[in-house]
Each structure stands twice: as C-alpha cells, then as structure tokens.
Ligand binder design. Structure first.
Ligand SMILES: NC(=O)c1ccc[n+]([C@@H]2O[C@H](COP(=O)([O-])OP(=O)(O)OC[C@H]3O[C@@H](n4cnc5c(N)ncnc54)[C@H](O)[C@@H]3O)[C@@H](O)[C@H]2O)c1
Length: 432
C-alpha cells in the first residue's frame, strides 16, 4: 500500500478564532495551561487517545501523534476576531467558566490576544451590540479585509500555517439559495452586496479558503455547507469541516439512538429541553437564531433510526428540541431528555437523561482536535468536506450524493481509519 505523503508539522501554527467568547477563551486558556504542564487536556483525543494500528500479532496501540505528525501545542499562536474589544483574559473572566486561579498563570499571554475588528451584521444576531466592527463597501470588500487580517497575522507572528475556526454566535437561519450553488454565483452576490444571502460567516470562510487556510464551522450556520464553498475549497486545496460542535445533549443522542436500534427497541417520542444562561443562550433565545440550532439538532435521530427500513419501530417519532435562556445557570447547561420507547409486544417504557454539563468545558477539546486534524489534513493534501471529522459535529457536512453519519461509534471508526491511512497503516473497520 502506498503511504500518503504527509508534510511534517514544521514551524508555528496560527489558530484564528472567529468569536472570542466563552468557548474560545476556555479553549485558549486550557491549551496554554496544558502546554505549561499546568492542566490536563481532558476530552482531547489528539492529546490523550491511543489507537490500534496493525492487526493480529503486529497490532500496537499508539498515541495519535506517534502515528501522524501533529502540530505541537508549543507551536500554537492564537488570534481572534470579535465585535467586543475584550482581550482573551477579559473574555475568560467575563465568561466565568474557569476559576481565576486557573486563568492567571497564563494571563500575560491572554492579555496579548486582542480581537481584530469583526465582520458583523446586526440583522443576523439581533441580541448583540458591539463596536469592534469593520466597515466596508460590500460583503466582498469585507471578505478582502479578513484576508488582509489573516496575512498580517501570519507575517507578524511568523506562522507557517493558519487554521480558521468559527466559535462565534449562531446566525439566524438562512435557507440555501441560488446564490449558494456555485462559486461564480456566490462571488457575484458578495460583490453586489446581497446581504440577506451572504451572512458575515461566509466572508470569513471565503477569506480563509482563498488564503489556503482550513476552515471549521462550529456553529450551525449554513456558511461552508453550500455547493459554492465545497467547490471553492476543492479549487484551493483546502479542507473544510462543520457544522456545530457535538458536545452534550446531541453527543448522548448519538450514543443512545444506536443502542435502541441495535436492540431493535422502538421509539415513539424524544423530548429534549435545555436551560442555559450564557451569551450563547441569550442569542439562541431569539427564535430566528434558535431555528438554525433546531434544524441542526433535529436531524440526528431520524438519520440513525431508519424509519423506511424499520417502520414498525421508528415511524412517526415525535421529536422536539427546546433551548431556554435561564441566566442563573450561566455556562452550566442542563439538558433533559425524555425518551418514550417500546419493547416486546409493544409495551411502553421511558428513559430519562439529565446531563448537568458545562458547555464550554465540553467544547474546548473539540476545538483543539478539529484544528489539529484540519491542519494535518491540509498537510496531507486533502481538500473539501472532511467527513472523517464528523465525530465532532452535530450536523456533519456532506454533499448531495452522500448521507451524514451520526452514530458516534461509526464516526469514531471513520476518524481512526483516516488516521491509520495517513500513518501508512491499513484502514480496517467497515462503516455500516
Ligand atoms: N459550547 C458548546 O457546547 C457549543 C456546542 C455547539 C456549538 N456551539 C456554538 O459555539 C458558538 C460559541 O459559543 P459561546 O458559548 O462561546 O458563545 P459566546 O456568546 O460566549 O461567544 C460568541 C462570541 O462571538 C462573537 N461574535 C458574534 N458574531 C460575530 C462575528 N460575526 N464575528 C466575530 N465575532 C462574533 C460574540 O461577540 C461573542 O463574544 C455558538 O455559536 C454556539 O452555538 C457551542
């Protein structure tokens, strides 16, 4: 078998985060603390997991960076854009996810991470009012300004490579339109400043791709999940991934739903509700922004539980998802799930899950893995949608010919197989 040529991870890796809120600041603090040996990067496969390579007598369990060349935490340089001027230290303190004692050891580095001016349109996130915002003649002009930011950051910080990751607010729901169908149509819409079909997130993604930087969409925004972006990323040999970090409730769903299916147990209803009190919760309290999240959260169960194959078990499932803004809880989200299931002879049973999680604590390791793996993909010459990263995403991107894979264990198999292949080993698990 020919080994895929993967360029070594030489020099500095710039990580540019769109949005410097709770998730991003928690990600930055944890990464900086981990590289000083002051905290454990728990939840991060790239830092902790061992994967089997080889079979039978030649099988070995290796850490991922022993199989493929990953960027070292010591080579990471952070930057960000945000509509607020708070630096990463102020943002981490404001978010109140981490204790001051866990932030202070890296305060000097955090203070120096000052957000660049954002591309922002109030119509897409009505609950936020900031001032650190770019002005431009058109969406195209704003996109060009982001390109300049990327180039300047790369030069000033002596970076070899850059990855751009969106951890900014969820934009209002934007349906796929004619303008999203080709690079040509999208470019025209940006130049003609057709604001309603070109949300700000598209400006960042377009700029990143033109600069040859992998782009990851961590919110459910449409953004890179359109044919024009799939095409553009292929043209420029850039990996893209999205959408929406799969952290708490949906992660549990993609474990529980396959469990029901493997046991041939039926499901009549699944009610999911959340209370959340951080800024993300406030933005999602607006029905237009919630709609984007709802679409992302709803797709999971229907895809895993195949109602066409098993109508007697999964036809007409009543699936409801709610998010309620409840300030006293801040980042400590509580997600309740009620499953109405049925078994032998149709007898009814219930399962209740109450996940008292910390949203940003669950998200931070996902950002680290997504960034490091996207950088790896770029060095391996991979481009377009990175389906092997579906493991981290609530609504994994796929083109019109493919179906998304939601089952967490299948996603894990895909991830391991890709790492094996990139390390020169055989992929050995079939995806069903
Ligand atoms: N934490 C999780 O478990 C989780 C899971 C999935 C997705 N997400 C998504 O990640 C995103 C970030 O979550 P958070 O809790 O950090 O939210 P947050 O509100 O604390 O941070 C978002 C930041 O983005 C900034 N922002 C908004 N629009 C911007 C723009 N156009 N350009 C630059 N900055 C902009 C805001 O000012 C804010 O500081 C949200 O979209 C959320 O839905 C989070």
């Amino acid at each position: 078998m020919d080994k895929i040529n993967v360029q070594p991870a030489e020099g500095k890796l710039g990580i540019l985060c769109v949005g410097l809120g709770a998730v991003t600041s928690t990600f930055m603090v944890g990464t900086l603390m981990a590289r000083k040996g002051l905290a454990q990067p728990i939840g991060s496969l790239s830092q902790l997991a061992k994967i089997r390579v080889g079979r039978g007598e030649s099988k070995q369990y290796k850490k991922i960076n022993e199989i493929v060349p990953l960027a070292s935490l010591n080579d990471i340089v952070f930057g960000a854009w945000d509509i607020f001027e708070d630096n990463a230290y102020e943002s981490a303190m404001h978010a109140e996810v981490l204790k001051e004692k866990d932030i202070n050891p890296v305060k000097d580095e955090l203070v120096n991470i000052k957000p660049m001016k954002a591309v922002f349109d109030h119509n897409f996130v009505k609950r936020l009012n900031g001032t650190n915002i770019k002005e431009g003649k058109s969406r195209w002009d704003l996109m060009e300004q982001v390109r300049e930011d990327i180039r300047r950051f790369k030069e000033e910080n002596n970076c070899n490579r850059i990855v751009v990751i969106w951890a900014a607010s969820t934009e209002i729901y934007v349906p796929m339109a004619e303008e999203h169908m080709s690079v040509e149509a999208l470019e025209k819409a940006m130049k003609e400043d057709m604001k309603e079909v070109v949300p700000p997130s598209i400006c960042y993604a377009y700029a990143a791709i033109l600069e040859g930087c992998p782009f990851i969409m961590g919110a459910p925004n449409l953004c890179v999940d359109i044919p024009a972006m799939w095409e553009l990323s292929k043209q420029h040999n850039v990996p893209i991934a999205g959408k929406d970090f799969k952290t708490g409730q949906t992660m549990m769903k993609t474990v529980l739903a396959p469990a029901l299916k493997t046991r041939m147990l039926g499901l009549s209803g699944w009610f999911s509700t959340n209370i959340l009190g951080n800024r993300d919760g406030e933005v999602l309290d607006d029905p237009d922004n919630f709609k984007t999240k709802e679409v992302s959260k709803l797709s999971v169960i229907e895809t895993i539980l195949d109602d066409e194959e098993y109508p007697e078990l999964y036809k007409d499932i009543y699936h409801k998802v709610r998010i309620n803004y409840y300030p006293p809880r801040n980042d400590d989200k509580e997600g309740w799930d009620n499953l109405d299931i049925f078994g032998w002879m149709g007898y009814h049973m219930q399962i209740k899950v109450d996940f008292l999680c910390k949203d940003s604590i669950l998200a931070a390791p996902l950002l680290l893995d997504l960034v490091l793996f996207s950088d790896l993909a770029k060095r391996a010459g991979m481009s377009g949608i990175q389906t092997w990263l579906s493991f981290y995403l609530k609504s994994p991107m796929h083109d019109f010919e493919h179906k998304p894979i939601h089952d967490l264990s299948e996603q894990f198999a895909m991830l391991k197989n890709q790492i094996r292949l990139l390390g020169g080993y055989e992929a050995d698990q079939e995806i069903d």
